[in-house]
Design a protein around this ligand. Sequence first.
Ligand code: FAD
Length: 414
Amino acid sequence: MARIHVIGAGLAGLAAALRLVSAGVDVTIWEATGRAGGRCWSFHDRRLDRRIDNGNHLVLSGNSAVMDHCRHIGSHDRLQIARDAALPFVDLSNGARWRIRVPEGPRDMMRGGLGLPAGVGISALFDAARLMTAGPHRTVADAIRPAGTARTHLWDPLTLAILNAPPEDAAARSLAAVLRRTVLRGAAACRPVTMPDGLGPTLVDPAIATLAEAGCVPQYRSPLRGLKKQDERVAALQFDDAEVVLAPTDRVILAVPAPAAGRLLDLPAPAPGQAILNAHFRVTEPLEDSYALLGVLSGLVQWIFVRGDVVSVTVSAADHVDMRDPEAILATLWSETAAALGLSGRPLAQRLLREAAATFSPSPADLAHRLKHDLPWKNLHIAGDHAAAPLPSTIEAAIASGHTAAENAVAVIA
Ligand SMILES: Cc1cc2nc3c(=O)[nH]c(=O)nc-3n(C[C@H](O)[C@H](O)[C@H](O)COP(=O)(O)OP(=O)(O)OC[C@H]3O[C@@H](n4cnc5c(N)ncnc54)[C@H](O)[C@@H]3O)c2cc1C
């Protein structure tokens, strides 16, 4: 019987493996590290004495692959789907607060308007139209007006949050792809989805448990070092101390990050993108009535996530942040967070995490190097967030790419 080797136990690899075991295929997962989840994981932080995520992740209700994944592994009820398709913001420079919201329908639009922040104006819709029709070499900055409130209050925060890059560096097409799958589908696709139990318990641990029930347990600490290629096929997988020779019907799904995939295949691939900083603050009591999610302007903090008595903040595109004095960074992040949430005093405990290469680079030049599915090796399929063009580096892209790779592999062996 054919066996499919999945390389990488991030969400792309797990999603692929889940589809494969459901189709009755024998699967082996090879993972370089000692845990699953890749760039999405949770751990118990001793300083905070709380379980935290490596980084805050925002998903929208229109992320259908994420929703399917959670239904499949029985964790859908762990998703907290906001009632409103709205993102609240505060501007620290003047205290102004507003919500960007997608109306529920024409009647709601008549009542509540288009949900654009004050001063943005209808001309933001022309920016959006230019984004949607931008060519592959255009950045977000090329498509939108260079200055004004629409730029500072809408496009800058959205581009940083979605693409982990400023508008000058990010391809217009990637942002357009996300807007097409969310805003253009209406409010039902735009409700913010958070994971109060954390990324691991919601997306990863139940996936591992579902795979284990099917007899599939990842082979941890097994970094793939090379692929032996022969006659347009992958003939063997090369590990540190072993070579796994593939039977003629065996197949490989390569679900590793873009730079690693490029190295293993000896092909150009998107470079790593910027770092993302996350700070976690434990506060004296749960902030039940506070914002679950708040966008912040005019500070270092960009987003605040509240989960019980842990307040977590995100700084995307954080390569510019000088990490030599973490205490000073934490002090800045806390004072901005306290101002945004109306808190006083000091946090009980705090933790600063920096994820280098959190995403792949969304520049037009890097996206031109995305690996395509028509690779020259006939038993090799590609997965990973970078393989789900035109989506940017997201959980949705990772899971969708795993599903596609699994379906392509099953179609061949069926
Ligand atoms: C701090 C942070 C914040 C983020 N915020 C968001 C967000 O708000 N919303 C969102 O949707 N996305 C967000 N993302 C992006 C999202 O996490 C990723 O796009 C997604 O997790 C990628 O999944 P993947 O399976 O494609 O890759 P990965 O998660 O990188 O998984 C790849 C796996 O392959 C393994 N591997 C690598 N090389 C080898 C090898 N040679 N042999 C065997 N195994 C190997 C790795 O160890 C890893 O486990 C964020 C990421 C970070 C880090």
